[in-house]
Design a protein around this ligand. Structure first.
Ligand code: 3DU
Length: 213
Protein backbone atom coordinates (compact mmCIF):
# COMPACT_ATOMS: atom_id res chain seq x y z
CA UNK A 1 0.00 0.00 0.00
CA UNK A 2 1.36 3.32 -1.06
CA UNK A 3 1.82 5.73 1.88
CA UNK A 4 0.39 8.84 0.30
CA UNK A 5 -2.75 10.15 1.96
CA UNK A 6 -2.30 7.96 5.03
CA UNK A 7 -6.01 7.19 5.19
CA UNK A 8 -7.54 3.71 5.22
CA UNK A 9 -11.24 3.68 4.41
CA UNK A 10 -13.28 1.44 6.74
CA UNK A 11 -15.97 0.37 4.28
CA UNK A 12 -18.61 -0.82 6.75
CA UNK A 13 -21.60 -0.52 4.45
CA UNK A 14 -23.94 -3.38 3.66
CA UNK A 15 -24.67 -3.07 -0.03
CA UNK A 16 -22.45 -3.50 -3.03
CA UNK A 17 -23.94 -0.41 -4.68
CA UNK A 18 -23.10 1.79 -1.68
CA UNK A 19 -19.62 0.28 -1.49
CA UNK A 20 -18.93 1.01 -5.16
CA UNK A 21 -20.34 4.53 -4.97
CA UNK A 22 -18.26 5.44 -1.92
CA UNK A 23 -15.05 3.90 -3.22
CA UNK A 24 -15.43 5.76 -6.53
CA UNK A 25 -15.91 9.04 -4.65
CA UNK A 26 -12.94 8.65 -2.29
CA UNK A 27 -10.39 6.55 -4.14
CA UNK A 28 -8.17 9.56 -4.83
CA UNK A 29 -7.88 10.34 -1.11
CA UNK A 30 -7.34 6.95 0.53
CA UNK A 31 -4.46 4.47 0.37
CA UNK A 32 -6.37 1.28 1.18
CA UNK A 33 -9.82 -0.14 1.85
CA UNK A 34 -10.51 -2.02 5.08
CA UNK A 35 -13.23 -4.62 4.75
CA UNK A 36 -14.98 -5.97 7.82
CA UNK A 37 -17.72 -8.55 8.39
CA UNK A 38 -20.71 -6.29 7.60
CA UNK A 39 -19.71 -5.87 3.94
CA UNK A 40 -18.50 -9.45 3.43
CA UNK A 41 -21.60 -10.98 5.01
CA UNK A 42 -23.91 -8.68 3.03
CA UNK A 43 -22.29 -9.06 -0.38
CA UNK A 44 -20.19 -12.25 -0.28
CA UNK A 45 -16.43 -12.83 -0.15
CA UNK A 46 -15.84 -11.92 -3.81
CA UNK A 47 -16.16 -8.27 -2.73
CA UNK A 48 -12.55 -8.64 -1.52
CA UNK A 49 -11.34 -9.33 -5.08
CA UNK A 50 -13.55 -6.61 -6.51
CA UNK A 51 -12.26 -3.96 -4.11
CA UNK A 52 -8.66 -5.13 -4.54
CA UNK A 53 -8.88 -4.07 -8.18
CA UNK A 54 -9.32 -0.47 -6.98
CA UNK A 55 -7.08 -0.30 -3.89
CA UNK A 56 -5.14 -2.52 -1.51
CA UNK A 57 -7.58 -4.36 0.74
CA UNK A 58 -7.07 -5.07 4.42
CA UNK A 59 -9.39 -7.78 5.72
CA UNK A 60 -10.36 -6.78 9.25
CA UNK A 61 -11.74 -10.13 10.37
CA UNK A 62 -10.27 -9.70 13.90
CA UNK A 63 -9.10 -13.28 13.59
CA UNK A 64 -9.03 -14.89 17.04
CA UNK A 65 -8.92 -18.67 16.98
CA UNK A 66 -6.58 -21.64 17.28
CA UNK A 67 -3.61 -21.64 14.88
CA UNK A 68 -5.12 -24.03 12.33
CA UNK A 69 -8.41 -22.13 12.03
CA UNK A 70 -6.54 -18.81 11.86
CA UNK A 71 -4.42 -20.18 9.01
CA UNK A 72 -7.52 -21.31 7.07
CA UNK A 73 -9.22 -17.91 7.48
CA UNK A 74 -6.11 -16.01 6.37
CA UNK A 75 -5.62 -18.28 3.35
CA UNK A 76 -9.21 -17.59 2.24
CA UNK A 77 -8.73 -13.82 2.57
CA UNK A 78 -5.35 -13.72 0.82
CA UNK A 79 -6.45 -16.00 -2.03
CA UNK A 80 -9.24 -13.51 -2.77
CA UNK A 81 -6.83 -10.63 -3.17
CA UNK A 82 -6.39 -9.20 0.34
CA UNK A 83 -3.08 -7.41 0.85
CA UNK A 84 -3.17 -7.80 4.63
CA UNK A 85 -5.33 -9.08 7.48
CA UNK A 86 -6.05 -7.99 11.05
CA UNK A 87 -5.94 -10.48 13.91
CA UNK A 88 -6.28 -10.40 17.67
CA UNK A 89 -3.25 -11.12 19.83
CA UNK A 90 -4.90 -12.35 23.03
CA UNK A 91 -5.06 -15.83 21.51
CA UNK A 92 -1.30 -16.16 22.02
CA UNK A 93 1.87 -16.26 19.96
CA UNK A 94 1.16 -19.55 18.16
CA UNK A 95 -2.15 -18.23 16.84
CA UNK A 96 -0.62 -14.93 15.74
CA UNK A 97 2.32 -16.70 14.10
CA UNK A 98 -0.12 -18.89 12.15
CA UNK A 99 -1.61 -15.69 10.69
CA UNK A 100 1.82 -14.20 9.99
CA UNK A 101 2.94 -17.37 8.16
CA UNK A 102 -0.25 -17.65 6.10
CA UNK A 103 -0.17 -13.93 5.17
CA UNK A 104 3.59 -13.85 4.57
CA UNK A 105 3.98 -11.21 7.26
CA UNK A 106 1.10 -8.98 6.14
CA UNK A 107 -0.65 -8.94 9.50
CA UNK A 108 -1.75 -6.16 11.85
CA UNK A 109 -2.36 -7.16 15.46
CA UNK A 110 -5.05 -5.40 17.49
CA UNK A 111 -3.66 -3.88 20.69
CA UNK A 112 -5.72 -1.42 22.73
CA UNK A 113 -9.15 -0.97 21.14
CA UNK A 114 -10.45 2.51 20.48
CA UNK A 115 -13.97 2.30 21.95
CA UNK A 116 -14.68 2.97 25.67
CA UNK A 117 -14.86 -0.77 26.43
CA UNK A 118 -11.36 -1.11 24.99
CA UNK A 119 -10.06 0.22 28.30
CA UNK A 120 -11.57 -2.70 30.18
CA UNK A 121 -9.64 -5.71 28.90
CA UNK A 122 -7.44 -4.65 26.00
CA UNK A 123 -5.74 -1.58 27.52
CA UNK A 124 -4.16 -3.42 30.48
CA UNK A 125 -2.43 -5.90 28.13
CA UNK A 126 -1.84 -3.64 25.12
CA UNK A 127 1.91 -3.29 25.71
CA UNK A 128 2.26 -7.07 25.81
CA UNK A 129 0.18 -7.42 22.64
CA UNK A 130 2.45 -4.92 20.89
CA UNK A 131 5.52 -6.86 22.02
CA UNK A 132 3.94 -10.05 20.73
CA UNK A 133 3.18 -8.43 17.36
CA UNK A 134 6.83 -7.53 17.03
CA UNK A 135 8.22 -10.90 18.07
CA UNK A 136 5.75 -12.78 15.84
CA UNK A 137 6.93 -10.88 12.75
CA UNK A 138 3.74 -8.92 12.11
CA UNK A 139 3.71 -5.90 9.82
CA UNK A 140 2.15 -3.67 12.43
CA UNK A 141 -0.45 -3.01 15.06
CA UNK A 142 -3.88 -1.41 15.40
CA UNK A 143 -3.83 1.37 18.03
CA UNK A 144 -6.48 3.87 19.18
CA UNK A 145 -6.81 7.36 17.65
CA UNK A 146 -9.14 8.10 20.56
CA UNK A 147 -6.08 7.95 22.88
CA UNK A 148 -3.14 9.45 20.95
CA UNK A 149 -0.89 9.15 24.00
CA UNK A 150 -1.29 5.39 23.73
CA UNK A 151 -0.20 5.51 20.08
CA UNK A 152 2.98 7.26 21.19
CA UNK A 153 3.60 4.73 23.99
CA UNK A 154 3.00 1.73 21.73
CA UNK A 155 5.29 3.23 19.07
CA UNK A 156 8.15 3.04 21.59
CA UNK A 157 7.56 -0.69 21.96
CA UNK A 158 7.25 -1.62 18.29
CA UNK A 159 9.93 0.61 16.76
CA UNK A 160 9.59 0.62 12.99
CA UNK A 161 6.47 -1.54 12.66
CA UNK A 162 3.44 0.22 11.19
CA UNK A 163 0.57 1.66 13.22
CA UNK A 164 -2.90 1.84 11.72
CA UNK A 165 -5.29 3.80 13.87
CA UNK A 166 -9.10 3.69 14.07
CA UNK A 167 -11.31 6.02 16.09
CA UNK A 168 -11.13 9.20 14.03
CA UNK A 169 -14.40 11.11 13.56
CA UNK A 170 -17.42 9.16 14.81
CA UNK A 171 -15.53 7.80 17.83
CA UNK A 172 -14.13 11.25 18.72
CA UNK A 173 -10.46 11.02 17.68
CA UNK A 174 -8.72 13.63 15.54
CA UNK A 175 -6.73 12.69 12.43
CA UNK A 176 -3.91 15.19 13.00
CA UNK A 177 -3.49 14.12 16.66
CA UNK A 178 -3.17 10.45 15.70
CA UNK A 179 -0.62 11.19 12.98
CA UNK A 180 1.35 13.50 15.27
CA UNK A 181 1.40 10.77 17.93
CA UNK A 182 3.01 8.36 15.49
CA UNK A 183 0.29 6.62 13.48
CA UNK A 184 1.28 5.72 9.92
CA UNK A 185 -2.33 5.59 8.75
CA UNK A 186 -5.68 6.59 10.20
CA UNK A 187 -8.66 4.30 9.67
CA UNK A 188 -11.91 6.16 9.00
CA UNK A 189 -15.38 4.78 8.41
CA UNK A 190 -18.54 6.68 9.29
CA UNK A 191 -16.97 10.15 9.05
CA UNK A 192 -16.48 9.37 5.35
CA UNK A 193 -19.20 6.95 4.25
CA UNK A 194 -22.02 8.63 6.24
CA UNK A 195 -21.04 12.11 5.08
CA UNK A 196 -23.36 13.83 2.57
CA UNK A 197 -20.27 14.22 0.35
CA UNK A 198 -17.89 11.29 1.05
CA UNK A 199 -15.30 12.59 -1.44
CA UNK A 200 -15.24 16.01 0.23
CA UNK A 201 -15.02 14.44 3.69
CA UNK A 202 -12.09 12.26 2.62
CA UNK A 203 -10.33 15.23 1.06
CA UNK A 204 -10.77 17.29 4.25
CA UNK A 205 -9.26 14.43 6.28
CA UNK A 206 -6.35 14.13 3.85
CA UNK A 207 -5.69 17.85 4.35
CA UNK A 208 -5.88 17.41 8.13
CA UNK A 209 -3.43 14.50 7.99
CA UNK A 210 -0.91 16.81 6.32
CA UNK A 211 -1.28 19.21 9.27
CA UNK A 212 -0.24 16.42 11.63
CA UNK A 213 2.92 15.57 9.64
O1 3DU B 1 -15.66 4.42 13.84
P1 3DU B 1 -15.58 4.30 12.34
O2 3DU B 1 -16.90 4.30 11.65
O3 3DU B 1 -14.59 5.28 11.76
O4 3DU B 1 -14.99 2.83 12.01
C1 3DU B 1 -13.84 2.32 12.59
C2 3DU B 1 -13.47 1.00 11.98
O5 3DU B 1 -12.30 0.49 12.61
C3 3DU B 1 -14.51 -0.08 12.09
O6 3DU B 1 -14.41 -0.90 10.93
C4 3DU B 1 -14.10 -0.88 13.31
O7 3DU B 1 -14.51 -2.21 13.23
C5 3DU B 1 -12.59 -0.76 13.25
N1 3DU B 1 -11.91 -0.81 14.54
C6 3DU B 1 -12.20 0.07 15.54
O8 3DU B 1 -13.07 0.93 15.37
C7 3DU B 1 -11.51 -0.02 16.76
C8 3DU B 1 -10.53 -0.92 16.95
O9 3DU B 1 -9.87 -0.94 18.10
C9 3DU B 1 -10.23 -1.79 15.92
C10 3DU B 1 -10.93 -1.70 14.72
Amino acid sequence: MQKKNRIILALDVTSRADAMRIVEAVKGYVDAIKINWPLVLATGPDIIREMSRVKDVICDFKIADIPNTNKLIVEQAMSRGASAVICHGFTGDDSVKACVDAAKGQVFVVTEMSHPGGKQFTAPVADKLATLAKSAGARGIVAPATRPERIAALRKIIGGLEIISPGVGAQGGKASDAIRAGADYIIVGRAIYDAPDPGGAAKALADEVKEGM
